[in-house]
Design a protein around this ligand. Sequence first.
Ligand SMILES: C[S@@+](CC[C@H](N)C(=O)[O-])C[C@H]1O[C@@H](n2cnc3c(N)ncnc32)[C@H](O)[C@@H]1O
Length: 314
Amino acid sequence: MATSVSRYSTRSTSNLAKNLVSLWTQRLRDAAIPEPRTSTQLIMDYVIRLNQCVSKIEENGNPELTVQQIQLFNKLCSKRLDRMPVQYIIREWDFRYITLKMQPPVFIPRPETEELVDLINLHEFHHKRENESITFLDICCGSGAIGLSLLCENPQATCIAIDKDPNAISLTELNSQRLNLGSRMIVEHLDVMKTEFHHGFGHDEAVDFIVSNPPYIPSKQLASLQEEIISFESSLALDGGCDGLDIVKQILHFARLCLKDKGKIWLEVDINHPEMIEHYLNTHDTDFTYDATFKDYTNRARFCKLEYHKKDKT
Ligand SMILES: C[S@@+](CC[C@H](N)C(=O)[O-])C[C@H]1O[C@@H](n2cnc3c(N)ncnc32)[C@H](O)[C@@H]1O
């Protein structure tokens, strides 16, 4: 008699990871939730990882889930059904070479910001000697994504990270400690719109460059953003005022107080902003020249490089 697999297998199919993923993918798709498959798969990876059996579905084929795992998976997928971003559901996100903890409502780092880090690596670090120390300011640090990536990739760098939102400050501190980068980062709770910056935050030396991905969405466009963004991410991280440039203009003021002569400001902005910023600098006495615009991976003008020309105050 042939040794065939029994038709009446005792393995239930309703608790197999792939089946649960397919079931929830369809539910999310029916409810028009963006990226249904990626969302459910990331949630499943997270649930399995919590139990530390396997790290990825693929690595174990199609594991059977325990009742507790199924309950957790269902609960987390329901959150996605309510439009919570998957990064907040699984509480972490990869950014370049680091994994950051995520906590609502702190801004979730976007993929194009990884390109801003590439640009800075190329222009601020590659031509420097390895032992040449470089201090930079990450204004509007959020989860700490930009500053911590630059620190991780450039061992000679130190960073001062500032943000107005206390949630962002705690998260950046947490991330810097988890990544063992705390000794090279100072995290300051500061509102760039209000603070008269005099002596630095315990830092009297001028910084080599400034980077910022500030809130830049013009106020009247906020209502048209995706549900995931409006309902879950802090409006503090998004609202750039009437033309979206409120914080950018304030960063210029701030930079005059703490940036080295010929130091650069690197900004991530809206596609309409590079031209507006260039025009603003050309028509105002700001001590800055517009150096260059860079495009993101979708070929949209998203990054600006400005140069500071310190006036002799004597
Ligand atoms: C678009 S998020 C960027 C976060 C992070 N840099 C990133 O790329 O993921 C903007 C951040 O600016 C902060 N912010 C808004 N207004 C600010 C202000 N007046 N002073 C300092 N930080 C501010 C928000 O709290 C938010 O964390």
